[in-house]
Design a binder for this molecule. Structure first.
Ligand code: ADP
Length: 173
């Protein structure tokens, strides 16, 4: 059986994690490579519906997603995870627990760019004082120190970012 991988997209809200997750998934579909997408927003409505945005809850969210990703990748499936995952230690715990390869993708865009995109209207809500504990503004984001891949989504097109990730994956497969 082929080895599975966990591809972990981390970054600010609006940096491009979900976009890249599904775009990489589309490429894997074309190639007939088995994968599953675990997106933070979706996971929070089912697997992690009971969790909030304290440091403890955010880390528990990551722990649960990491556990599921580990189960998938153990069976040769590529788990594509997109979640802000703001705390370095939580991400490192998943990396260490990974029985298969853990590929951290730092989806990097400046806060100002993410705020300007404001895909979900969340930054506007924060600025109106309707949301608190928002990553990058009033809650910390600890960037990866040694990510396997970095995508600067303010300077790369979606296709360029996806190509970079696919090239990395194809070298491993
Ligand atoms: P996140 O999941 O990190 O909150 P989204 O994927 O929902 O972010 O939104 C990112 C936005 O940035 C989308 O509107 C997407 O089209 C845009 N974008 C521009 N360039 C890129 C890129 N290189 N990679 C990913 N997204 C990009």
């Amino acid at each position: 059986m082929k080895q599975g991988y966990t591809v972990w997209f981390t970054g600010l809200s609006g940096a491009g994690k979900t976009t890249l997750n599904y775009a990489v998934g589309a490429r894997l579909t074309q190639k007939g490579i088995p994968f599953e997408s675990l997106d933070g927003d979706e996971v929070r409505t089912n697997l992690c519906w009971d969790l909030g945005f304290t440091r403890t809850d955010r880390n528990e969210n990551i722990r649960r997603i990491g556990y599921v990703a580990g189960l998938l990748s153990k069976h040769g499936v590529i788990a594509l995870v997109s979640a802000i995952s703001p705390y370095r230690t939580a991400r490192e715990l998943i990396r260490r627990a990974s029985k298969t390869s853990f590929i951290e993708v730092f989806v990097n865009a400046p806060l100002a760019v993410c705020e300007q995109r404001d895909v979900k209207g969340l930054y506007a809500k924060v600025r109106r004082g309707e949301l608190s504990a928002f990553t990058g503004i009033c809650d910390p984001y600890e960037p990866p120190e040694n990510p396997e891949i970095e995508c600067c989504t303010d300077r790369e097109t979606i296709d360029e970012s996806v190509d970079k990730i696919m090239q990395y994956l194809e070298r491993q497969l």
